[in-house]
Ligand binder design. Structure first.
Ligand code: SF4
Length: 466
């Protein structure tokens, strides 16, 4: 049920105040913790920056044991978090102590499941900026936009608001940010929201929409200077497709992106900037030149599969030849081409899988990420997985082929096989030692275990047997 909320959010009043507070608001002291388990996510730091500039005493934590204060904003970025006993215990303990607990982040795209698993005071759905100032002022989440809360045993939602402009204060940057490494970067910064892609496994279009909303260059550069002052050495542009920055109407317009990369490399040095994720249909010669000159010089394309049938099923919106051409253009431009591949997608046959292996053999990517398809709730893949029988799903089906003695599921066996094959297809052959073999095997098994747990969770909330 959606409940109309008549609160109108004055975002500019909040963002431009720049107050660094004592924690006393209207004579009342309030201590706030923002926590993202394991890593300081950009989203958590952003929420922390908004709370700081509103005048509250706020700290940012990645350790659940450090949670303290009157109010907790817990930012969760993985379905696995909803199943994590330590996170369940942290939320239970907070609420037992009277600490108000609000959960946001990517998991908020399925707030009913968040409630069922963690039972917070409210879930902040989607973009947190409109809700945060209200939740700090009142204990009643029904007053805040973008919230789901419980009332008389029912889950109710307030009005959904999406920011028209992406403008925000400098994030709350923890002192030990320089110690974290996410794919080689200390931090992934936000340049824009949204993606005009429709990939069935991806949450970005659902969460942020397909229209690109970009930040201005100057606030981004100021923010990067602030990160550098805190000791950050390496920054990356966050997921989706970096070169869509400032693009409009589903049309690539790379001028501002080139200016942005030049500005970032001017501050950090080109070897300390990366823009890893770019769609194969979002490169131009100028983009490749800027990637080579102003970044570490790598692109990770979302290749996903070497089978056109699977690319169509994934709704990738590209043809195999485009992926091959993009890799070739990188090579000609002196840019390192890497790629992400997905296996175990529903409907992927042995023939499709062999086409993906052939793609790797033909194209010799310099690095490869292999993932078993994870059905995030409410994505097209999530819906697809609910429509097939369990024994048709390669995430559960036992593997009976070459690796039968390793007791893997079909999805695990394909992930493992692709990891080995990717190494053997690289331009510089990588020797598969016993250690590498074992680490790939355990990685494939772990992915299988996690994705079965996420799929079981999805089934439970749709009344399917587990
Ligand atoms: S191109 Fe990337 S960000 Fe866009 S929908 Fe596809 S996977 Fe998601």
């Amino acid at each position: 049920m959606t409940r109309r909320n008549d609160y109108i959010f004055p975002i500019h009043c909040i963002i431009k105040t720049g107050i660094h507070g004592t924690g006393y608001i209207d004579g009342i002291y309030m201590k706030v913790t923002v926590c993202s388990p394991g890593i300081y996510t950009y989203g958590a730091m952003l929420i922390g920056g908004i709370i700081r500039d509103l005048g509250y005493d706020v700290t940012i934590e990645r350790d659940l044991h450090a949670i303290d204060g009157d109010l907790l904003f817990l930012s969760l970025y993985s379905t696995q978090h909803l199943l994590n006993p330590l996170i369940k215990e942290a939320v239970r303990t907070c609420r037992a102590k009277g600490t108000r607990c609000y959960i946001g982040g990517p998991v908020s795209a399925y707030p009913d499941i968040v409630f069922g698993e963690l039972n917070p005071d409210a879930v902040v759905i989607g973009e947190g900026e409109p809700a945060i100032p209200v939740l700090l002022k009142t204990e009643d989440p029904s007053q805040a936009p973008n919230c789901m809360y419980r009332s008389d045993g029912s889950l109710l939602s307030t009005e959904r608001v999406r920011m028209t402009e992406i403008e925000h204060p400098v994030p709350l940057i923890p002192d030990d940010i320089r110690n974290q490494s996410i794919r080689g970067a200390n931090v992934y910064i936000e340049t824009h929201r949204g993606c005009f892609g429709r990939c069935g496994f991806c949450q970005v279009p659902l969460f942020f929409g397909r229209k690109i909303r970009s930040r201005d260059i100057e606030p981004i550069l100021n923010e990067v200077r602030a990160f550098k002052e805190k000791g950050v050495e390496k920054v990356a542009i966050s997921g989706g497709t970096g070169s869509l920055y400032k693009s409009h109407d589903n049309t690539l317009d790379t001028g501002a992106f080139l200016e942005l990369l030049e500005g970032l490399s001017g501050i950090m040095g080109p070897k300390n900037v990366s823009c890893p994720d770019i769609r194969v249909d979002c490169i131009t010669d100028e983009v490749l030149e800027a990637i080579r000159n102003h970044t570490v010089g790598w692109i990770f394309f979302g290749i996903e599969s070497g089978s056109q049938k699977m690319l169509d099923s994934i709704r990738k919106g590209i043809i195999i030849e485009q992926a091959e051409e993009a890799i070739g253009r990188c090579r000609q431009s002196g840019v390192h081409a890497a790629g992400s591949l997905i296996c175990g997608y529903p409907g992927e046959t042995e023939e499709d899988f062999l086409m993906t292996k052939d793609f790797l053999s033909r194209n010799a990517l310099e690095d490869v990420f292999i993932s078993i398809a994870e059905p995030i709730p409410h994505t097209p893949l999530g819906t697809m997985v609910l429509e097939i029988n369990r024994d048709e799903n390669p995430v559960y089906a036992p593997h009976k082929g070459e690796y039968a003695s390793l007791h893997l599921t079909e999805a695990e066996a394909r992930a493992f096989d692709l990891m080995l094959h990717a190494d053997m297809s690289k331009p510089v052959l990588r020797l598969i030692t016993d250690d590498i073999f074992s680490s790939y095997l355990s990685e494939a098994k772990q992915q299988g275990t996690d994705i079965r747990a996420a799929t079981d969770l999805l089934f439970r909330y749709h009344g399917r047997d587990v």
